[in-house]
Design a protein around this ligand. Structure first.
Ligand code: DP6
Length: 324
C-alpha cells in the first residue's frame, strides 16, 4: 500500500540533550516543544513485492547515511507490523536541512506515520510517538498536536510525547532567521554524546524538573514574559553545556550572536525572546500581536538569508497527494 504523511518540525523550549540509552533514544530529561506550521516534511512510503530492495530518496537525492538510518526505521516498522516486503520512500523537506531546524524530527515523524499506515497497521498516537522516538528523539514530539511534552520515562514504553495544548491554544510565533545556509558540522546525535563531559551537566539535570514545572505553568497562564525569560535562559544553558564539554561544540556563527544582541535590544520595545538548537539559525519567539513590529526589524538586518514564520501546528497527519 502507498501512503503519504506530513509532519511538522518542532522547536524545543526545554531541550533534549543527552541520552541514557543510545539505541532506544531514551532521554536524560523530559522536554517541551511547539510544532511549527511552516517547516514540515512530506513522506510517501510504499511496501510492495515489486521492490527487490529498499530505496530512499530525500529531496531528490540518494544519500548513503540517511538511507541507512531510514532503513533501520523501516526494519522497526516491519518488526512491529509483520510486513515482509521492501519499501520505496520518497521524502521532501521544505526547509534547510541540518542548520538547526530539527529536520530529523519532521522526517522521522512523517516516516513513522506513513510507514505504519503503508504496512496496514494501526497504532495509537502514544505508540507512534514511541516508534518515532527511536528514529530521532525529537521526532516523538512531532506526532501529537500543538504544545507537547516528551516524558522522560523509565523505559521505551514510558518515554513518549503527548499534547499539552492544541495548536490554537496560544497565538505565539516562532520566526526562524536563517543566517547561513551551510550545514552544521556536528549533528545532534554526535554532539549530545559528549554532554556528560561538561561539569555543568549534572547541575542542569538536577534543576530540570523544576524548570519544566515552571514552563508548563507559564504556558498554562499564557504568561509570555516569564515564558520568554525561561526559554531564553534554557537555550543559553544548553549552549553553555556545549561550550564546556570535551571536545567543545560551538554552533553559533557571528550572525547568530548578532541576532541574539538585536533581540535583547528590541526587547526594550516589545516582548521578544530567542532560542537556538544545534545550529546557527535563531528561533525568535514573539506574540502574534507583535509580528509586524518584529518583521519590520528583521527586514533591516541584511545578514539574514531567509525567514520562516511559524504558528503552532498540528502534529503528524495523513495527506492524499503522493510524491510518486
Ligand atoms: C538541540 O532529536 O536531533 O534540537 O535523537 O540523536 O536524533 P537524535 O537527536 P535530535 O536532537 C535534538 C536536539 C535539540 C534539542 C531538542 O530538540 O530538544
Amino acid at each position: 500500500m502507498k501512503v503519504t504523511a506530513t509532519a511538522p518540525s518542532n522547536i524545543a523550549f526545554i531541550k533534549y540533550w543527552g541520552k541514557k540509552d543510545e539505541t532506544l533514544r531514551l532521554p536524560e530529561n523530559a522536554s517541551i516543544s511547539m510544532n511549527l506550521s511552516n517547516m514540515n516534511t512530506i513522506t510517501t512510503v510504499e511496501f510492495s513485492g515489486k521492490y527487490k530492495k529498499d530505496s530512499v530518496i530525500i529531496n531528490n537525492k540518494r544519500n548513503k547515511k540517511d538511507k541507512e538510518r531510514v532503513i533501520k526505521h523501516l526494519n522497526r516498522i516491519r518488526k512491529i507490523s509483520g510486513i515482509k516486503e521492501k519499501a520505496k520512500v520518497v521524502s521532501e523537506t521544505r526547509f534547510s536541512i541540518g542548520t538547526g531546524s530539527s529536520s530529523s524530527a519532521a522526517g522521522f515523524a512523517a516516516l513513522s506515520l506513513a510507514g505504519v499506515k503503508a504496512a496496514d497497521f494501526d497504532m495509537s498516537e502514544k505508540n507512534l510517538s514511541i516508534l518515532a522516538r527511536q528514529g530521532s528523539g525529537s521526532a516523538c514530539r512531532s506526532i501529537p498536536d500543538g504544545f507537547v511534552e516528551w516524558l522522560k520515562g523509565k523505559n521505551s514504553k514510558t518515554s513518549y510525547s503527548y499534547s499539552l495544548y492544541p495548536a490554537s491554544y496560544w497565538n505565539i510565533l516562532d520566526i526562524v532567521a536563517v543566517v547561513n545556509k551551510k550545514k552544521k558540522e556536528i549533528k545532534s546525535t554526535k554532539g549530545m554524546k559528549n554532554a556528560k563531559t561538561s561539569s555543568f551537566y549534572k547541575t542542569r539535570l538536577k534543576r530540570i524538573n523544576s524548570k519544566i514545572k515552571f514552563l508548563k505553568l507559564f504556558i498554562k497562564n499564557k504568561d509570555f514574559v516569564s515564558f520568554g525569560h525561561l526559554i531564553e535562559a534554557e537555550a543559553l544553558e544548553l549552549h553553555s553545556i556545549m561550550l564546556t564539554c570535551n571536545p567543545y561544540l560551538m554552533y553559533w556563527l557571528p550572525n547568530t550572536v548578532l541576532l541574539m544582541h538585536l533581540v535583547r535590544l528590541w526587547r526594550k520595545e516589545f516582548p521578544v525572546y530567542f532560542t537556538i538548537n544545534t545550529g546557527q539559525d535563531i528561533h525568535i519567539i514573539v506574540e502574534e500581536k507583535n509580528k509586524d513590529k518584529l518583521l519590520n526589524k528583521l527586514k533591516k538586518v541584511k545578514e539574514i538569508k531567509h525567514i520562516f514564520i511559524n504558528k503552532p501546528s498540528k502534529g503528524a497527519r495523513l495527506i492524499k497527494n503522493h510524491l510518486f
